[in-house]
Design a protein around this ligand. Structure first.
Ligand code: GDP
Ligand code: MG
Length: 166
C-alpha cells in the first residue's frame, strides 16, 4: 500500500513536530522554506505496510490579500488529490477561529478527514471528551485520534489508521 496524506492545522498546533516524529529531523529544514503555490512533498514515511507521502497544503490559512481566493482553490485541489487529510488541533489551546476557517475549507471535500488532537501530554484526560464532542459537531471526521507529537504517544496508531484508508 502507498498513498498521500495532507497535514493541516493552524500555526503552532504541532504539525512540524508530528512530521519530525514520523519522518526524522530532515523535515524541519524543508518546512522552513517559504510557501509556494505548488503542492510540496514534505517527506515520505516508509513502514512495513508501505509508503506514506506527506504533502504540504499552501493556501489553507486565512488569506491576507486577494491572492487568498486563488490559494484557497489550490488547497481544494490538494484535498481532492490526497487519500487522507489529517486535521491537527491543539488540546491545550482548544478550538479557535483558525480551526473554524479550516473546517469551512473542508466542506464539500470527499477525502476522509481525521481529527488529530495533539499535545495530550499537556492536558488532563478529562478535558479530552468535551473537546472531541465540540469538534465532532463541526465536521464528520472519519477517525479521531488523540496524540502527543512531542512524546510520540499514539503516533503508531495514527500511522496504522492511515494505512487502512490507502
Ligand atoms: P506547527 O506550527 O503546527 O508546525 O507547530 P510546531 O510543530 O512548530 O509546534 C509548535 C509548538 O508546540 C512547539 O513549541 C512544539 O514544541 C510544541 N508542541 C508540538 N507538539 C507538542 C505536543 O505533543 N506536546 C506539547 N506539550 N507540545 C507540543
Ligand atoms: Mg510548522
Amino acid at each position: 500500500k502507498s498513498g498521500f496524506v495532507a497535514l493541516i492545522g493552524r500555526p503552532n498546533v504541532g504539525k512540524s513536530t508530528l512530521l519530525n516524529h514520523v519522518l526524522g529531523q530532515k523535515i524541519a529544514i524543508m518546512s522552513n522554506k517559504p510557501q509556494t503555490t505548488r503542492n510540496r512533498i514534505q517527506g515520505v514515511y516508509t513502514g512495513d505496510k508501505g509508503q506514506i507521502v506527506f504533502i504540504d497544503t499552501p493556501g489553507i490559512h486565512k488569506p491576507k490579500h486577494r491572492l487568498g481566493d486563488f490559494m484557497t482553490k489550490i488547497a481544494q485541489n490538494t484535498f481532492n488529490e490526497v487519500d487522507v487529510i489529517l486535521f491537527l488541533v491543539d488540546a491545550k489551546e482548544g478550538k479557535g477561529r483558525g480551526d473554524e476557517f479550516i473546517i469551512e475549507r473542508l466542506k464539500n471535500v470527499n477525502t476522509p478527514v481525521f481529527l488529530i488532537i495533539n499535545k495530550i501530554d499537556d492536558v488532563h484526560p478529562d478535558e479530552l471528551l468535551p473537546l472531541i464532542k465540540e469538534y465532532s459537531q463541526l465536521y464528520p471526521f472519519k477517525e479521531i485520534i488523540p496524540v502527543s507529537a512531542l512524546e510520540g504517544n499514539n503516533v503508531t496508531t495514527l500511522l496504522e489508521q492511515i494505512y487502512t484508508y490507502l
